[in-house]
Write a protein that binds this ligand. Structure first.
Ligand code: TEU
Ligand code: CA
Length: 540
């Protein structure tokens, strides 16, 4: 058992992300809820995970699926009530599973009491909880755009002012330069710590330090000052695990974020590896995966962050398309490539995050535009067709990179609505649930589920994965990703064929008699089979 009171317990842990809206519905309204998560804790315990990152369940108008919070200390009725949340925390803990809450500290909902007060006047005590600029309503303070399209400024005529929002207008940015904002947010965090929450995922945490006049939206000069205060004032217990979402992180910044002294956070989600298979800075301009660049990216993060910080390891989340569709083959070699990708990731140093359904090899979905829910998808279609892109090309981008790919309901059974709901699901259930579902996976010893279960066991059994060095093999090979992990006595080889064709690869002589810890084919041949992956291990 991990001692979760000590800093660093997360270095031997594996976490699981739940998108509550799509996980399990228990009252037939077509929306996942807390009781649904409680009903599935035994499944998660079987998988072997140590913590659940819960996407937002606090009160929200749901303009951005809960990332627009209107009350940080209340559970949104669509998910249940505070008693359900307290039960989830207790029941999860009984199974050795910590609850890690998603905190949205960069912005709140325009329905939050702070913003409602701020709208009452410039002299209202909550007015400078937000970022305002005087104006005439015709011309915004500058031409900054929102992440979700449109301007980053919205005019309030009764105030004669614009307010700043990096996301939709219903998500006004909070003014972190105001100490009252920071104190208020810290109090919200302490409220959840007192409820027994053992960690936090921090939404767009590198964007809390900004300077809109200079068009700085992240990594502003006060960022690490704010994070050190946040850590000192709110993340008081050293066993609290904190992971910041930082799209702008690089290795040097990550050393500050994840300094082992606990001065800031436990780790960050960096996204460098998630921005390689595109031709521009926009994910919509998709391209084939440049494997050589991916390998070098992982090499740098493994070697350079190393002992000065700590990596998170992920390929999926609620904002990203399903990795087996993105980097694998979700048709002919779905199972093999899902296992291969998992092998690639879980052999590395860091804390792995499994996104709901990843352990089943769940895939993307193709829907007509009107069936999508995500505000980002609809704004993209509006903006790109206005710019002259053909509707067909925009739909291709949505099918490849839209966030709803990850938000289709968890596939529990082959039955109606995949066992997710007895009602009408808020977002379409993937029709392939008839073959891709947890019930079938639990009945199949060679399923992706049991492969993930074994990877989690291996991480806990072989310390070389937590603490070994990282050496990239065949760096220029465009089809094979192979690396070794080494301590003074233990040695691990991870080999992954990222292609659907046979590839030749010479196993290093030192591994001639190594133990095969895991593999996605029953037997190896002298060639790597399509999407073949394995872990070989020996001790001196
Ligand atoms: O995401 C940050 C964010 O900007 C992503 O939405 C990303 O830019 C986008 O998906 C790429 O197209 C966080 C949350 O994870 C996301 O769900 C929220 O929508 C967003 O912040 C606002 O809170
Ligand atoms: Ca429900």
């Amino acid at each position: 058992m991990l001692d979760k009171t000590k800093r660093g317990w997360w270095q031997s842990a594996v976490f699981y992300q739940i998108y509550p809206k799509s996980f399990q519905d228990t009252n037939g309204d077509g929306i996942g809820d807390l009781k649904g998560i409680i009903s599935r804790l035994d499944y998660l315990q079987k998988l072997g995970i140590d913590g659940i990152w819960l996407s937002p369940v606090c009160q929200s108008p749901q303009v951005d699926n809960g990332y627009d919070v209107s009350d940080y200390c209340a559970i949104d009725p669509m998910f249940g009530n505070m008693e359900d949340m307290e039960t989830l925390i207790v029941e999860a803990k009984k199974r050795g599973i910590s609850i890690i809450m998603d905190l949205v500290l960069n912005h709140c909902s325009d329905q939050h009491i702070w913003f409602k007060e701020a709208l009452k006047g410039k002299d209202n005590p909550y007015h400078d909880y937000f970022i305002w600029r005087d104006g005439d309503g015709a011309t915004p303070p500058n031409d900054m755009g929102s992440v979700f399209g449109g301007p980053a400024w919205t005019y309030v005529p009764q105030l004669g002012q614009w307010y700043f929002h990096q996301f939709v207008p219903q998500q006004p940015d909070l003014n972190w330069d105001n100490p009252k904002v920071r104190r208020g947010l810290y109090d919200f965090i302490r409220f959840w710590v007192d409820k027994g929450v053992e960690g936090f995922r921090l939404d767009v945490i590198d964007q809390i330090a900004k300077d809109p006049d200079q068009k700085i939206t992240a990594n502003g000069p006060r960022l690490h000052e704010f994070l050190r205060e946040l850590s000192k004032e709110a993340f008081i217990e050293e066993g609290l695990v904190t992971v910041g979402e930082a799209w702008g992180a690089n290795v040097e910044r990550a050393k500050l974020y994840s300094n082992p002294d606990g001065s800031e956070l436990s780790m960050v989600f960096q996204f460098e590896h998630m921005c390689l298979d595109q031709t521009t800075w926009q994910k919509w301009d998709f391209a084939p995966l440049p494997l050589v660049k991916l390998k070098d990216c992982y090499r740098r993060w493994q070697q350079e962050l190393g002992s000065e910080g700590w990596n998170s390891l992920f390929m999926n989340n609620h904002d990203l398309p399903r990795i087996v569709s993105r980097w694998g083959d979700d048709q002919k070699y779905r199972v093999e490539s899902a296992k291969m990708l998992a092998t690639m990731l879980h052999g590395m140093q860091g804390t792995p995050y499994i996104y709901q359904g990843e352990e089943l090899g769940m895939t993307n979905i193709k829907l007509p535009l009107e069936e999508y829910v995500d505000v980002e998808i609809h704004n993209l279609f509006r903006d790109r067709t206005t710019e002259g892109h053909s509707p067909e090309s925009v739909m291709e981008s949505i099918w490849k990179r839209g966030r709803d790919n990850a938000r289709t309901p968890m596939q529990w059974t082959a039955g109606e609505n995949a066992g997710f709901t007895t009602g009408k699901s808020w977002l379409k259930v993937n029709p392939n649930h008839t073959t891709i579902n947890a019930e079938a996976a639990l009945a199949e010893p060679d399923s992706v589920f049991y492969y993930y279960q074994k990877l989690i066991q291996i991480r806990k059994e072989y310390d070389v994965i937590r603490s070994g060095s990282f050496t990239l093999l065949c760096p220029e090979d465009e089809k094979i990703f192979a690396y070794t992990r080494d301590t003074d006595k233990a040695h691990l080889l991870v080999v992954c064929n990222f292609s659907g064709e046979e590839q030749s690869f010479e196993i290093p002589a030192a591994y001639a008699n190594a133990k095969r810890l895991i593999a996605n084919y029953p037997d190896s041949t002298d060639q790597l089979q399509p999407y073949e992956a394995m872990m070989l291990y020996y001790e001196d």
